[in-house]
Design a protein around this ligand. Structure first.
Ligand code: AHM
Ligand code: MG
Length: 337
């Protein structure tokens, strides 16, 4: 009889733990709990059309955007999972103005802090388009045994110990890195497990897709306009014009480009000089994944992972994807410096 040979996320995490000298299992437990929360969020996302969970919750989040009900659920679910893991001493979330810390001794003893956008691209929920959870993990810099401090959260992205996302798409996938490659797991709903499906993802150096909200073209800096014109230019040798693909859901746009090769751009505009996306819980984790897969991420002047955050909800312009495509947009932007 044909068997079913799978490696689950939990098995993989345990195997990988042994790779790291002196690993105590704290980090493995943390990611395990994130995986459980992702499954619970996935269940709700799948049922979104059936239950009274669609639509706005009536609150406005710290970015001034309407919160959708599923945003609130996902935020709550992840915070519970992180607390239950007993390895996390603090959380920063897109949905919360302040950092979240706990008073109990177990939490105060946790070694890790967690930054997240619990449900990104949530304006897509009502129309059944893929959305995602984005997360980033750091080792705390404040002493263990005390509450986490803001300093723990304002570390540059190059200090991340792990980052990942969950994409709730035609399949649900969890993709993560701990700085040793990028690995993808697809949820098999029949056994309720994330199973290893994409071992060591490498993104193509060149790609044929550009992803940008081109409706804002007239407001982009000239260098970005030049790059868009370059993408559309007909040139057989460099396989142009490229294809334009834009879902408006960062996780989905990035995931497609990661696998197929492409670039995602969210430039500054006159009305939003820092762009839209948030450094700590959107750009840093995606940049870490991109680099680990062989890609690049920069903000127009410097490497995303080298930016020292100044505030929790800081925004940055974001260009990420296949290394040669990011270098090309960099060349276009630098012309106008
Ligand atoms: P959100 O965090 O409020 O969901 O917004 C972030 C989303 C990203 O997923 C996506 O890349 C971007 O906003 C799309 O913005 P726009 O509609 O301006 O193109
Ligand atoms: Mg978001």
């Amino acid at each position: 009889m044909q068997g079913y040979n799978v490696k689950t996320l939990t098995q993989f995490l345990i195997e990988r733990q042994a790779d790291i000298p002196y690993a105590t299992g704290e980090f493995t437990r943390l990611l395990y709990h994130v995986g459980v929360a992702a499954k619970l969020i996935n269940k709700k996302v799948n049922k979104a059309g059936l239950v009274d969970i669609l639509g706005e919750a009536g609150n406005v989040n710290v970015q001034g955007e309407d919160q959708k009900k599923l945003d609130l659920f996902s935020n709550w679910q992840l915070i519970q999972a992180l607390k239950n893991s007993r390895e996390c001493c603090g959380v920063a979330s897109e949905e919360d103005q302040e950092i979240i810390t706990w008073d109990d001794d177990l939490s105060k003893d946790g070694n890790y802090i967690f930054c997240m956008d619990p449900l990104d691209g949530s304006s897509n929920i009502d129309v059944n388009v893929s959305i995602g959870t984005i997360f980033s993990v750091y080792r705390r810099v404040s002493p263990r045994g005390e509450k986490a401090t803001m300093e723990d959260f304002l570390q540059p992205g190059n200090k991340q110990v792990a980052a990942g996302y969950v994409i709730y798409g035609s399949s649900t996938m969890l993709v993560y890195t701990t700085g040793r490659g990028v690995h993808g797991f697809t949820l098999d709903p029949s056994i309720g497990e994330f199973c290893l499906s994409n071992y060591s993802i490498n993104t193509p150096l060149d790609g044929g897709i550009y992803s940008i909200n081109e409706g804002n073209y007239s407001r982009f800096p000239q260098g970005v306009k030049d790059y868009i014109d370059y993408c559309k230019h007909d040139d057989k040798e460099t396989h142009r014009p490229y294809s334009a693909r834009y879902i408006g859901s960062l996780v989905s746009d990035f995931h497609r480009n990661l696998l197929k090769g492409g670039i995602f751009l969210y430039p500054p505009t006159a009305s939003a000089p820092k762009g839209k996306l948030r450094l700590i819980y959107e750009c840093n984790p995606i940049a870490f994944l991109a680099e680990q897969a062989g890609g690049r991420a920069f903000d127009g002047t410097q490497r995303i992972l080298d930016i020292k955050p100044e505030s929790l909800h800081q925004r940055v312009p974001f260009y990420v994807g296949s290394a040669n495509m990011v270098s090309k947009v960099e060349e276009c932007i630098k012309k106008y410096e």
